[in-house]
Design a protein around this ligand. Structure first.
Ligand SMILES: Nc1nc2c(c(=O)[nH]1)N[C@H]1C(S)=C(S)[C@@H](COP(=O)(O)O)O[C@H]1N2
Ligand SMILES: [Mo]
Length: 325
């Protein structure tokens, strides 16, 4: 393994996967050109195969969108973190179709007047579909610009009528035992996340059901996930089956596994280094840069709260953001 790979935090297995992936695609393209059909079992990671169903119109464009250059659909759906599907960046795309998303229900419980088990339809129906182009920043120092489709989490929370004891919102991901990452105990399942009530109610916080006008694929957290653009990527929990209104700060997966590295707040902060990676800079995986070629692009400065400070910094007035990281 070469030093620049180590410095970039890349495992050799990822390189192998990326190469394999490219070769598989070339093979598929070649066999398509040669008119070979049906006889071969297509690998799950075949990018051309994996497109979500088109979302119904209208999709309203949000004023919260950035004008930064978009990441490509291919980059967004083939370079992912979703540990239930495996720990390599290519695993979520490879195994995404194994995630069973129909039927899907969401349990809403805890301190609210309208708890219950809701179907995905129940949750989506009253809300206008938006497109919001957000910068997303992973703690591993790469970032993407993603055209999400969905709506404000606040709109769903209001319908559930949380009571005065509801100080936090806790989220859980589905646990499907046959998923390759779930079988290995890399994290304690279910994957858990949480927000303080005012963070959850902030208009930037969204529930997403699609991207680029298409339903989410398994690797992106189908059928419904959280998107919190001013926090590190791991707060944006995928494939949500439970939302709970709670009085105490909830446990979160990464904080449980490594509290020194991952705090509850997880606001993007270039001035607070993660013990293993500086957070001052990032590699933007946008335009023509894909996951692997981005290693050769230069890093850009990471912005405080990922550039969303104007909208959200006041939520943390008076808090020490080094301690409350
Ligand atoms: N359930 C679940 N949600 C998850 C993760 C995960 O492993 N499991 N990974 C997180 C991390 S570390 C990141 S960076 C983002 C990546 O989202 P993306 O693959 O859509 O870019 O998903 C987050 N949500
Ligand atoms: Mo991440």
């Amino acid at each position: 393994m070469r030093d620049w790979m180590k410095m970039a935090g890349i495992r050799s297995s990822e390189i192998t996967d990326q190469n394999l992936f490219k070769r598989r695609r070339q093979f598929l393209q070649a066999s398509a050109a040669a008119g070979v059909t049906g006889a071969i079992a297509l690998p799950n990671s075949a990018y051309a195969e994996t497109r979500g169903e088109a979302l119904p119109e209208p999709i309203v464009k949000s004023p919260f969108s950035t004008t930064d250059e978009l990441s490509s659909h291919e980059t967004i759906t083939t370079y992912n973190n979703f540990y239930e599907l495996g720990t390599d960046k290519g695993d979520p795309a490879r195994y995404g179709s194994r995630l069973k998303t129909e039927p899907w229900s969401l349990t809403i419980d805890g301190e609210c007047d309208n708890p219950g088990v809701y179907t995905l339809e129940d949750i989506l129906k009253p809300h206008a579909m938006e497109e919001r182009i957000y910068r997303m920043r992973c703690v591993e120092a790469w970032s993407m610009v993603i055209p999400w489709n969905g709506f404000a989490l606040a709109d769903v929370i209001k319908r559930m009528k949380p009571n005065s004891k509801a100080k936090y919102v806790a989220f859980e991901t589905v646990v499907q035992d046959d998923l390759p990452g779930v079988q290995r105990n890399v994290l304690e399942w279910p994957y858990r996340e949480g927000l303080r009530m005012d963070e959850a109610m902030n208009p930037l916080t969204m529930l997403s059901v699609g991207l680029y006008g298409e339903e989410l694929l398994g690797q992106s957290g189908a059928p419904i996930r959280l998107v919190v653009p001013w926090k590190y990527g791991y707060k944006s929990i995928k494939s949500i089956v439970r939302i709970s209104f709670v009085e105490e700060q909830p446990d979160t997966s990464w904080n449980m596994s490594s509290p020194r590295e991952y705090g509850f707040y997880s606001n993007v902060n270039p001035e607070r280094s993660h013990p293993r990676w500086s957070q001052a800079k990032e590699r933007r995986l946008a335009g023509s840069t894909s996951g692997l070629s981005a290693l050769f692009t230069s890093k850009t400065e990471t912005q405080f709260m990922n550039g969303y400070a104007e909208q959200v910094a006041s939520l943390y007035d008076g808090m020490d953001l080094q301690t409350n990281h």
